[in-house]
Design a protein around this ligand. Structure first.
Ligand code: SF4
Length: 603
């Protein structure tokens, strides 16, 4: 543990200097201080406060918001098991319990000697090669019992992470089907040269002609967004790439950033040319920390080749550069206004909208926020023309979509298809032949049952940000929905009461059904909660929190019926059951030792 007074002082002053004392980088500073000191101590906050002249409460508020920032000492090795439903299906919790046993540490706690802490994290984006975990924010994939044994040994021997076998950190792309984007032979600079030859207006016109829609799920017209930003009042403009792909089951951006980063950065530069921006930011989810150095190397290479910086490709006045901000474990930051708050170094709380980021975004400047895949696709449009692109897919959904396929299938990985592909065709390709359901677009998306497998992936039928999780007939769809509900309760940012309380009540209702206390009353309560969350929540997380439950109630009702063990209302807490341990300890099982009415012998 590196937390002495001197080391804290050194870490804070070096970090503050690196960011020029700019308080908008406070999240990045906290993250880096933690990387040096293992946690963010009160002393680190004191020093940051005086260096940045920020109120202490503000820094504490930021440190307390993000799941990957620790304001209390944690282990020198901080292990977080990915806890998406697909990790559960691969046995993550058994492996977690086994590691806890081996290292004599309780889940969620730190070992007595401060060596290790073990807990869970929401989906880490490795669903195609799970079960996965993070050690000090670095992803380890394909966990097995043997690998747990080896990791325990390394931790006991205090081996630095840099000396662990590189095989543990191997993350494969697993691209199974390429189309126009993943199969393109893209040469850095080609799209930019084509755009410069056309000029900014013609570039914008080409993007509009292509009918490219945002690939983050909402599907807003990219050309319209760029045009609105270009014509918004104000001087400086920003280009932001949303690489915070936190939706469980989605991992396409991970591959695009690992192997197609030039396309993504070039798409951002095209946007800058179209809207007249000099500043770009890529917000990378904290779970993809391992990509940071290689992405910075790509940026450096592009600067050397005059594809970034001042006078891009020799064009005087075309100045643009990109910096990378790392998130710290907050799903809500995938919402574009929350992401902008986070970029400004604040808690990632979604803003009131309107105004929208295209007019009032980063630091109040007109800002385009687009998904990783959207920026990459814009390069193809500039190279091959908007009409060509508009002719692929369906009339309302132009181009292709990359799906992140995981779960019960023989070939998980990335599949790129023209829009309009049916669910059954994807299942054929990935080997999900025994599927009873597919969750498209993650927990906030849609659960599709077998009779609907003819439906199509397209904005006009099933829109998606990319997740495609397959569940075969051995899976209990109630458990799937319960996992998703726990996810929403965990990720609710707590800003508005309906979502903060509603997601927690929903979780308790699902746990109550699971524990055998369910009645039809509870299903009616879920519907009431849905109305409340839909109408009163501040952002999409609250709006969609009930989706997985309502979908599975409608399509897999027997999974719920078997849990409705009571006709009348039952409280969730069973006092008589809770007294069982006391009865065992005292050796009593008479009527007086039961909370009336007696529920039978425990012996
Ligand atoms: Fe936060 Fe939930 Fe409210 Fe969104 S709906 S602002 S996630 S509490």
């Amino acid at each position: 543990m590196n937390g002495t007074e001197d080391s804290v002082a050194d870490a804070v002053s070096a970090t503050v200097a690196r960011y020029g004392g700019n308080p908008h980088y406070v999240l990045q500073m906290l993250r880096e201080i933690q990387e040096s000191c293992d946690w963010i101590s009160p002393e680190a906050i004191d020093r940051l406060q005086s260096a940045l002249c920020l109120p202490r409460t503000k820094i504490e508020g930021v440190a307390g918001f993000y799941a990957f920032l620790y304001s209390r000492p944690r282990g020198r090795y901080r292990v977080l098991f990915s806890d998406n439903i697909t990790d559960r299906m691969l046995g993550n919790l058994e492996l977690l319990d086994y590691m806890c046993e081996q290292l004599w540490v309780e889940r969620g706690k730190t070992s007595e000697d401060g060596l290790v802490s073990i807990d869970t994290a929401s989906c880490t984006g490795m669903c195609d090669q799970g079960p996965a975990l993070l050690v000090n924010n670095y992803a380890v994939t394909r966990m097995t019992r043997d690998r747990v044994d080896e990791i325990c040994e390394l931790i006991r021997d205090k081996v630095p992470l840099a000396d662990w076998p590189q095989e543990y950190f191997r993350i494969d792309d697993q691209v199974r089907r390429k189309d126009i984007l993943l199969g393109s032979a893209f040469a850095p600079g080609d799209a930019l040269s084509a755009a410069l030859a056309r000029g900014p207006e013609a570039l914008l016109a080409e993007i509009k002609t292509s009918n490219l829609r945002g690939r983050g799920g909402a599907g807003f017209g990219t050309g319209l967004k760029w045009e609105a930003c270009r014509s918004a009042e104000g001087g400086a403009r920003c280009v932001v790439c949303n690489a915070d792909e936190g939706e469980p089951g989605t991992f396409k951006d991970r591959v695009l950033l690992a192997s197609y980063a030039d396309m993504v950065f070039e798409g951002m530069t095209l946007c800058a040319l179209a809207i007249g921006s000099e500043r770009g930011m890529l917000y990378l989810r904290g779970e993809y920390r391992y990509l940071l150095d290689q992405l910075n190397a790509v940026l450096e290479r592009r600067r050397r080749r005059k594809l970034l910086g001042t006078g891009i490709l020799g064009r005087s006045g075309f100045d643009f550069d990109i910096e990378i901000h790392l998130g710290a474990g907050a799903y809500v930051c995938g919402e574009e206004s929350a992401l902008i708050e986070s970029l400004e170094g604040k808690r990632g709380t979604p803003r009131n909208r309107p105004p929208f980021p295209v007019t009032h975004g980063y630091l109040g400047q007109p800002t385009v926020v687009n998904n990783v895949e959207t920026f990459a696709a814009s390069c193809l449009i500039v190279q091959r023309g908007g009409s060509w692109y508009a002719g692929i897919g369906t009339p309302a959904s132009a181009g292709t979509k990359i799906l992140s396929v995981s779960g019960d299938c023989a070939r998980p990985g990335l599949y790129e298809y023209p829009f309009g592909i049916s669910v059954s065709e994807v299942l054929q390709d990935c080997g999900g032949l025994d599927a009873q359901a597919v969750q498209v677009s993650g927990p906030s998306g849609t659960c599709i049952a077998a009779p609907e497998f003819g439906r199509r992936i397209a904005f006009e039928d099933i829109p998606t940000a990319g997740a495609f999780m397959v569940f075969d007939h051995s899976r209990d769809m109630f458990e799937v929905a319960r996992n998703f509900v726990h996810f929403f309760a965990h990720e609710s940012c707590g800003f508005c009461t309906p979502c903060r309380v509603g997601t927690s009540l929903l979780k308790k209702l699902m746990d109550k059904l699971n524990n055998g206390h369910g009645s039809p009353y509870d299903l009616a309560e879920i519907e009431k909660l849905n109305r409340l969350l839909q109408s009163m929540s501040h952002c999409g997380l609250g709006h969609s929190a009930c989706n997985p439950v309502l979908d599975t109630i409608a399509k897999f009702r027997p999974a719920y019926e078997k849990r409705l063990q009571h006709k009348e209302f039952e409280p969730a807490f069973d006092l008589d059951r809770a007294l069982r341990k006391a009865r065992q300890m005292t050796g009593r099982d008479d009527a007086g030792a039961h909370f009336a009415p007696a529920s039978g012998s425990d012996r």
